[in-house]
Write a protein that binds this ligand. Sequence first.
Ligand SMILES: *Cc1c(COP(=O)(O)O)cnc(C)c1O
Length: 388
Amino acid sequence: MISIQLSDRVKNLPPYLFAAIDKMKQDALAKGVDLIDLSIGDPDIPTPKHIVDAMKKAVENPAYHRYPSYEGMLSYRKAVAEWYKKRFNVSLDPSNEVLSLIGSKEGIGHIPLAFVNPGDVVLVPSPGYPVYPVGTLFAGGESYFMPLKEENSFLPDFKAIPEAVLKKAKLMFVNYPNNPTSATASAEFYKDVVSIALRYNIIVCHDAAYSEVYYDNEKPVSFLEIEGAKEVGIEMHSLSKTYNMTGWRIGFAAGNKDILAGLGKIKSNLDSGVFQAVQEASIAALGTSDSVLSDIRKTYQERRDALYSGLKGIGLNAIKPKATFYLWTKVPSGFDSSSFVALLLDKAGILTTPGNGFGAPGEGYVRFALTVPVERIKEALERIKKVL
Ligand SMILES: *Cc1c(COP(=O)(O)O)cnc(C)c1O
């Protein structure tokens, strides 16, 4: 028997937040709890039928059974460019300003390998999506956490970052509409991002996974709409949240061609692209009619309104999201993130995500995901009322 030793990079990993939550979920289910799972941002609504139909047809095509191209089919990249033009009025050259991803998580995890040397700094929002610091760790980089505070509308305060840190920074992750805080960003904010990036030579990776999950018809802006953005950065999108396609594993990155080429170098050595039938179905997804999308948004809006007003009614300080399907909520006094999540699970059979799991500045908050039907949200509210 050999001695099996994990590498330092794996030993240094924090426990993956959602793996720990899944364990809590399995334990509760094993005890027979009628669990209401408001923890993970995985849409419960099925993928729209026209996308599934396009997949059924595409899967029959033997040309798609072979290795895909690394950067994605040109037809897929063209569909992305057309979508960007229509949605954001941003022009992209499909030949070198669009790159397919196996979900945006893949692109986020890999981009530090392309640009970060050991000891380099990566600017990472906190609370934030756990893959930003983990991708940084795998590349040997050091995360500098930019706290997202309620008093700053959950935007990073660039003036609070020491000059020496900015000088060592190679890459900055930005994410709006934001997970977990549900905050959105204005064009003004993105202008600040561009000017910091130009001044300190920092590559910007904007994670726009939730750009299409918005409310009250207030469409989020794209980072790439900002003058100069394409000189400093890229934007990553996911089909997962927009089209209820989390299981399909497809996304894309768009923007600066040299940054995309660097990421592409990592990818071509590690993966072999996205199943072309999935890309074909994604072309159908990108062409989804406004009426289908507005039905999806209506469903989330109904849930958001029910949970937001319900939590307020119980006296919980929830923030009303303008986008994303999360409610970032202050825990009641006398609790911290972990003890409140434990109370909801043990006494009410409701699973939520502790805010501190997204980073220390998330302490004192809990995240509710709107990924169950409105009847279950109402049931959850009744149960919370009883335990408080
Ligand atoms: C869900 C999510 C992603 C990853 O989505 P993919 O399914 O990998 O495309 C990326 N960033 C944020 C902030 C997310 O919440």
